[in-house]
Design a protein around this ligand. Structure first.
Ligand code: FEO
Length: 395
């Protein structure tokens, strides 16, 4: 596929990566992804966003099919992550008259990406830059999903270029949302994993674009959204708006057990936690995909993790759960850890250390039980659950 015309003067000049199956190593891309870059052939031509370094040659060739690169006046860097700036060094070698437009944060990041002086201009929130017959307007959108991010809006074409916002890892060369296959599940997955931890920031930026006439959203990955763009904006708002607080605090207890002893602990903790005004969900996570319990984890007011110790460590199913927390909105949630052990008992403390690193709020010290919990010990576990539940309502 070569290029695709969006409007009279706006072209998609990006790259398709249909064989990709994991983006940034950790995010599922079951139908591949695209790196969307756009050329605006205005009086003063501009490029918006770039592509991954490994697609540089075909990217430059696509651009050259539409324009002499020396004629490019501006390169807009909405966001500096390397899937969009990997091609930038090579592009600058050809587009020698181009000035980079970016936020201040991006300009600092670019110093350590380009490793050379470059012709750049920092644009402020709301600032406009004239392309002659069109104007670029910049809307700062920090933490969509990096601190450097901004959107670019072109009023004359009513197009919003939000970089990673409203994007999808979904490769379909037909590109327009009314032409490609159903990508709704992947659109949701992308939001949950990339934007989910920054819902407050999502809402702040949505407020800034409320008044814009947006007829098309041209993101940096996946389909270009031209069928009722407001629908996607409303969807982001809905997914980002905090749900009304429930009367009862929700405690989610995730555990794994080898011989049933950590399971007994988990059940006793759940029993104790239930005596306070709480809802408790107890989940044996062996054999469960972490993806299936993302929403439970995010909805929880408190999280407990239980694992026996094996070879000086917690065991894999519980680490798999903890490993998805970085992509969830969980900072500050109350948590605690527990588990049985034979002779060393490191698991509970190792889990706690990791949870602290993820900036959860550890409410109680780890609870470790040697071998088989007796009735008295299970009472102790029950009290532990009660104390944890109480910690959710104390200040
Ligand atoms: Fe598509 Fe944050 O990079």
């Amino acid at each position: 596929m070569q290029t695709l015309q969006l409007t009279n003067d706006v072209y998609w000049v990006g790259a398709l990566n249909s064989t990709l199956r994991a983006f940034d190593i950790v995010f599922e891309a079951r139908f591949g992804s695209t790196y969307n870059s756009y050329l605006i052939r205005a009086d003063k031509p501009a490029i918006i966003d770039g592509v991954h370094e490994k697609f540089t040659a075909e990217y430059l060739s696509k651009l050259q099919s539409l324009i002499d690169l020396k004629d490019i006046c501006y390169i807009v860097v909405n966001h500096t992550e390397m899937d969009h700036t990997g091609s930038l060094t090579s592009l600058l070698k050809e587009a020698t008259n181009a000035q980079i437009l970016s936020t201040k944060t991006s300009s600092l990041f670019l110093k350590n990406i380009l490793y050379s002086d470059y012709n750049g201009k920092v644009v402020e929130d709301g600032e406009c830059v004239s392309l002659g017959n069109k104007q670029l307007q910049f809307i700062h959108a920090p933490f969509w999903h990096w601190p450097d991010t901004m959107f670019t809006y072109v009023q004359e074409d009513a197009i919003l270029f939000p970089c990673d916002g409203f994007a999808t890892h979904f490769c379909d060369e037909r590109l327009f949302d009314d032409r490609v296959d159903d990508f709704s599940e992947d659109f949701r997955y992308y939001f949950e994993h990339i934007m989910g931890p920054f819902r407050k920031k999502v809402l702040e930026a949505l407020d800034k674009i409320k008044q814009l006439d947006i007829q098309m959203i041209a993101p940096s990955h996946g389909p270009i959204l031209r069928t009722n763009p407001q629908k996607y904006i409303n969807t982001y708002r809905d997914w980002s708006t905090p749900k009304p607080p429930q009367n009862k605090k929700l405690i989610v207890i995730l555990y794994v057990s080898i011989y049933g002893n950590t399971k007994k602990m988990a059940e006793a903790i759940a029993k104790g936690a239930s005596t306070v005004n709480t809802e408790v969900k107890l989940m044996d996570v062996s054999g469960i995909s972490p993806e299936h319990i993302r929403s439970e984890i995010e909805s929880a007011d408190g999280l407990l993790f239980g694992s026996p110790t094996m070879n000086g460590d917690a065991i894999k199913p519980i680490w798999d759960m903890i490993n998805i927390l970085f992509s969830l909105n969980i900072k500050g949630k109350k948590c605690a850890t527990f588990g049985t052990y034979g002779w060393s008992g490191e698991a509970a403390k190792l889990m706690e250390d990791r949870l602290r690193g993820l900036r959860l709020n550890v409410a109680l010290p780890p609870l470790k039980i040697n071998f088989i919990p007796t009735e008295d010990i299970l009472k102790k576990c029950s009290i532990y659950g009660y104390d944890f539940a109480k910690s959710l309502t104390s200040f």
